[in-house]
Design a protein around this ligand. Structure first.
Ligand SMILES: Nc1ncnc2c1ncn2[C@@H]1O[C@H](COP(=O)(O)OP(=O)(O)O)[C@@H](O)[C@H]1O
Ligand code: SF4
Ligand SMILES: [Mg+2]
Length: 416
């Protein structure tokens, strides 16, 4: 079993600096190669959120529609259907900060991670690394991008090759990213993920490790790139409950020591409160609420967030029977034909007539919290385009897919 309690040796990591080395394209091909200036702000703390220079990776109005395989009926009616997996998602990841993306299965979280990893082309929108728009590429420019933005998958067993040792996985990562692929470097990576003593793990195969240890190796491999961003897609959901906390603590420790920007994708909103600085809530392809994690989880504004919280009991929260009765139920909608207006309206106990036809914009609440819900129509609609400073530290819905401005009166037409 991993020794989770032991402090890893300080490793003097250089994450957060431009590590472009031999074989890595020039800055023009490496968006964000000019690392955000080290402002010296407290990692993860409130002050770190005050500066745009801390924004490492940003999505602006990102949209992904997948074409659906056509049936005979589609051919006859000449219909082309698409899965609206992600619509108009904007978010910012800051150095030294964890942003949670929370939502039920099928809400589009993994698609967001894959879009941010450049694994899929965007249908619409833009991704910026270090302030520079990135173009989906292959070859060297793609390698230069993934060197800075690493994705960690849910299933560490599937992501590690069963016929290769830990040593192979780590040295290969170091080699690919232009580093010295020595035993000492591999051991340093293992120390960073608290697999101690490292020599004990170096020649093990994935099947000889526990789930938690495998996930730590997957994280160590990602760190071999010296990334600025970790996209962690449900990194603990396949692990035993008893070891989840250890892996989350490790990620938090990496955030603080290496100033990493981390996107933590989860369906467990309670863990977002514990682990993330900022929480974004996603429903049926759209982000519906955002703010600092404590506020979003303790005073959820959007009825969908309230439903998520009610179905994830938190011992710290006083039971509110009445509120729980009103939180709604049901299943997420089909994303081939998502509901018009607010996509949550078929499940929402507070739905009003306009919710069926009009897409709610992002209404600003207090302390940087916001919700895309007509219940808050007396509050100001944000006019900030994603990327401009806003009172909070996150952006969400509220601009069209091209970032063309607020959508206060946007009527979303139900997909055909
Ligand atoms: N490659 C794909 N082709 C078609 N549909 C997809 C593809 N990937 C995901 N989807 C669909 O997009 C929606 C969102 O999926 P996903 O991003 O995996 O959600 P989550 O990670 O929140 O469970 C689902 O309806 C899923 O079936
Ligand atoms: S906009 Fe309407 S349907 Fe949507 S969450 Fe708010 S009240 Fe419910
Ligand atoms: Mg997923």
């Amino acid at each position: 079993m991993t020794n989770h309690d032991r402090d890893p040796a300080e490793n003097g990591s250089t994450a957060g600096t431009n590590q472009a080395g031999p074989g890595v394209p020039d800055a023009a091909a490496v968006p964000g190669g000019d690392a955000a200036p080290d402002s010296g702000t407290a990692p993860g703390g409130g002050s770190a959120h005050d500066s745009d220079s801390d924004i490492v990776l940003e999505a602006r109005g990102v949209t992904k529609h997948f074409p659906v395989r056509r049936t005979v009926g589609d051919l006859v009616s000449r219909r082309r259907r698409t899965v609206h997996a992600v619509d108009d998602v904007s978010l910012r990841l800051r150095r030294g900060s964890v942003t949670a993306l929370v939502g039920e299965s099928g809400s589009g979280k993994s698609t967001v991670a894959r879009l941010l990893s450049q694994l899929y082309p965007l249908t619409e929108g833009e991704i910026r690394l270090g302030g520079t728009p990135v173009k989906a590429g292959r070859g060297r420019s793609f390698r230069a991008y993934v060197k800075q933005v690493q994705l960690i998958f849910q299933d560490p067993f599937a992501s590690l090759n069963p016929v290769h040792t830990v040593r192979y996985h780590l040295t290969r990562s170091l080699k690919i990213h232009g580093k010295q692929a020595t035993e000492a470097e591999a051991c340093e990576l293992l120390e960073r993920v608290q697999l101690l003593p490292p020599l004990q793990y170096l020649d093990k195969f994935p099947h000889e490790l526990s789930g938690g240890q495998r996930q730590r190796v997957a994280i160590a491999r990602a760190l071999g790139a010296d990334p600025k961003v970790l996209l962690a897609d449900e990194p603990v959901s396949m692990l035993d409950v008893s070891i989840r906390l250890g892996v989350l603590n490790l990620l938090r420790d990496l955030k603080e020591r290496l100033h990493l920007a981390i996107l933590y994708i989860t369906h467990d909103i309670a863990s977002a409160r514990y682990f993330a600085d900022t929480t974004l809530v996603m429903y049926a392809g759209r982000i519906v609420e955002g703010g600092d994690s404590e506020t979003v989880t303790q005073q959820p504004a959007h009825p969908y967030t309230q439903l998520l919280i009610a179905s994830a009991p938190d011992p710290d929260r006083l039971a509110d029977e009445e509120a729980q009765e009103e939180t709604g139920s049901g299943e997420p909608p089909s994303l081939i034909s998502p509901p018009g207006g607010c996509r949550f309206h078929p499940r929402c106990p507070k739905a009003m007539e306009r919710c069926r036809t009009e897409l709610p914009p992002r209404f600003e609440l207090d302390d940087g919290q916001w919700a895309a819900c007509w219940l808050y129509e007396d509050r100001p609609v944000t006019t900030a385009v994603p990327g401009a400073p806003v009172s909070g530290d996150v952006t969400g819905t509220g601009t069209g897919p091209t970032g063309s401005g607020p959508t206060a009166s946007t009527t979303e037409v139900a997909a055909k």
